[in-house]
Design a protein around this ligand. Structure first.
Ligand SMILES: [Zn+2]
Length: 205
């Protein structure tokens, strides 16, 4: 039946901290008004988006993070050099990050997924379509039972997760573990042949 596990394993890397950077209010309002992002957090027009924070760049920020209330990602230079800028540019639009004083951050870049990839869950997963922008919101449940579907894997190395993280193969996962870079959350994602959430969608999530 559908629930066949394939030998490959991927990992989602994400921000495990409570220290997610906050965007500048005026900037957030502006990109909503310009319909670049929606109230549902979705990015309506994926493109390079420069980030303006309502914060200084703090040591406690995670190396793989996002601007609170959006799916605009932020990547620290250590993780960028480890993953390779070219690999990142293949899957993200890369922009700049400015702190509260409008100073350009030397530590972080902004990343907007060219295409986001959905980590799947069971039948209790949350699924909805935004009435305003039509974007799919999907949150896999129960927790710790997440997986991805073999046929939809877009890239063998790394690709953006719709949960504001990066999904990487085992080789890269080991490389990052070995690097000792701190404040990265890891979720192991087995690869299944078919989804077990009961959603067979024409949009290939
Ligand atoms: Zn929306």
């Amino acid at each position: 039946m559908g629930n066949i596990m394939i030998k490959k394993v991927f990992y989602q890397l994400s921000d495990p901290t409570q220290n997610v950077p906050e965007g500048d209010d005026a900037w957030l309002e502006k990109i909503k008004k310009e319909e670049i992002i929606c109230d549902c957090w979705s990015i309506i027009k994926p493109k390079v988006i420069d980030v303006f924070l309502n914060d200084t760049i703090k040591k406690g920020f995670a190396p793989i993070s996002y601007v609170r209330g959006t799916f605009i990602g932020m990547l620290h230079k250590d993780i960028v050099s480890l993953l390779g800028l070219q690999n990142i540019e293949n899957i993200y639009y890369v922009g700049k990050v400015y702190d509260i004083n409008k100073n350009l951050s030397k530590e972080y870049i902004s990343v907007v997924p060219k295409v986001s990839f959905f980590v799947r869950g069971g039948k209790e997963s949350n699924f909805r379509i935004c009435e305003k922008c039509g974007a799919v919101s999907y949150f896999p449940l129960p927790l710790n039972s997440w997986y991805i579907i073999d046929k939809s894997i877009p890239n063998p190395i790394l690709f953006p997760s719709a949960l504001a993280g990066i999904i990487v193969n085992e080789e890269i996962y080991k490389k990052i573990k070995k690097s000792g870079i701190k404040r990265i959350g890891y979720e192991k994602l087995p690869v299944l042949k078919e989804a077990i959430d009961g959603l067979s969608l024409t949009i290939d999530i």
